[in-house]
Design a protein around this ligand. Sequence first.
Ligand code: FES
Length: 102
Amino acid sequence: MTTLTILPSGKTVDVAVGTSLLKAILDAGESLLSKCGGEAKCGACHVFLLEGRKSVSKTTRAENEKLDSLVGVGSKSRLACQVSVTGEEPIKVELLGALSGG
Ligand code: FES
């Protein structure tokens, strides 16, 4: 179990190991699009992972390839549907709203 803080709302929730970041964000009542159903194909679930890199799964090849095709991607960019919680270090993400496209 760890905590997930979601910006810009600042909402913090508990998240169990094994939960996908997309699911955790949606369960927290935040809105994040997932047009492809979590297949790393739409890019709509693009978020910035600000803290907690050690608490999440590594970037997959499919995720990297999709990120490469998106606008506004930075070193902290992840596709929430491809990230699962793996550790105890608190996680902080920033939702991008209109920036995430695809
Ligand atoms: S939901 Fe489509 S890439 Fe994540």
